[in-house]
Design a protein around this ligand. Structure first.
Ligand code: ATP
Ligand code: MG
Length: 352
């Protein structure tokens, strides 16, 4: 099978998507930084690669790094490299991603949560193309084109003081905002058919008999919060569960967790708590106040109980704010960025 299958290409013919492709073609030839913004699964990574491969740098390195996957120190040394002996375990000089992408393109994914220190170094490398490796004094010069992506609201984070405004100005020479799939109605079936044909091939089917009308209506009527990635998963899952190449697919499995045996959602409560929390108030503008008094048994773990309390409170605040994260942050007296930190820490992002 060819290494470059159809599914690796960017598909779409809606006006909003074609406008993005035009913008990408225009921007590709410039050496300026580009920021790609879009909901999860909208194709940010594919667009970043396209920017590189349409640019004059296409024969040079295209290097990617997911900033959210590393802590501050690791990220710094991954980006800028380190000298031998810079820290325990640094036995050899390590070339950072900026150097490896010299003359090429560096794609920084999930950039929003980088620390102030990393942001400061990024600012300098964008402005002057230079930096020092961790533990080094020598200034390294590079000619690396930067493409960044995020699904966070960076201008809002900058307003809140959570992201450097001067860095944002420089990163955002131009911004490509990817439309969510629900705004690309005419692309849904085009993508679905393509994903289905690729899946049929993976299943060793000789043919794909299409979708029934009601299946198409479900695909076109759904909101697609996970966008194209979700559509791809749904189509592939529906095909393999359908399991028959001769009959059109009639059942669309949007939610793989759906089952009458699915365990009910349990919100963890402190085991030793004796008083039940009162029911959540309806969504009014009244502030949430802590009204429960609990009795504890000792010994107990302060950390574990505090964590449980935080999770409980955040879940209630989310419900109270009808899952609007900005409002939730507000009613908890947190910045949006801080709330996102908690949601990540407690793995609450997917449950909303
Ligand atoms: N226009 C498109 N045509 C075909 N496939 C696409 C298109 N856009 C995205 N995809 C597919 O959808 C999936 C998600 O794309 P990608 O990883 O680029 O999204 P993302 O915006 O980076 O997501 P996340 O925010 O979750 O990192 C991939 O499998 C990709 O191949
Ligand atoms: Mg991505």
């Amino acid at each position: 099978m060819s290494q470059f299958r159809q599914q690796d290409n960017l598909l779409g013919q809606s006006d909003s998507f074609l406008a993005v492709l035009d913008q990408v073609s225009q921007l590709a030839s410039l050496d300026k930084p580009v920021l790609i913004i879009g909901e999860r699964g909208t194709g940010k990574e594919l667009i970043a690669a396209r920017l590189h491969f349409l640019s004059k740098r296409w024969e040079q390195n295209y290097i990617k790094l997911n900033c959210a996957a590393l802590n501050e120190n690791l990220l710094e040394s991954e980006l800028f490299g380190h000298e031998s002996g810079a820290f325990t375990g640094a036995s050899k000089r390590h070339e950072g991603r900026f150097e490896r992408a010299n003359s090429g393109t560096l794609f920084l994914d999930e950039l929003a949560n980088t620390s102030a220190m990393v942001q400061e170094k990024l600012l300098r490398v964008i402005e002057y193309g230079e930096f020092e490796r961790v533990g080094g004094k020598q200034t390294v010069k590079v000619d690396t084109r930067l493409v960044c992506a995020t699904n966070e609201d960076l201008p809002y984070l900058a307003e809140q003081g959570e992201f450097r405004s001067d860095l944002l100005d420089r990163l955002a020479f131009d911004v490509i905002t990817l439309p969510p799939l629900r705004e690309r109605q005419e692309d849904i079936m085009l993508l679905a058919e393509q994903f289905a044909m690729n899946m049929a091939r993976d299943l060793d089917w000789q043919l794909f008999s299409g979708f029934t009308r009601s299946a198409m209506e479900i695909l076109q009527g759904y909101d697609w919060p996970g966008n194209i990635r979700e559509l791809k998963n749904v189509v592939e899952r529906s095909l393999y569960r359908h399991g028959n190449e001769h009959i059109p697919v009639h059942q669309i499995i949007l939610d793989p967790f759906e089952s009458r045996f699915r365990p009910k959602q349990r919100i963890k409560k402190p085991i030793t708590k004796t008083a039940e929390a009162p029911p959540i108030p309806a969504a009014t503008e009244e502030p949430i106040v802590a009204t429960t008094r609990t009795q504890f048994q000792f010994p107990c773990s302060l950390k574990a109980l505090s964590n449980e309390f935080e999770i409980d409170l955040i879940k209630k605040a989310l419900e109270f704010s009808q899952f609007n994260q900005k409002k939730t942050a507000e009613v908890l007296g947190l910045t949006y960025h801080q709330l996102r930190g908690y949601l990540k820490k407690y793995n609450l992002l997917d449950q909303q």
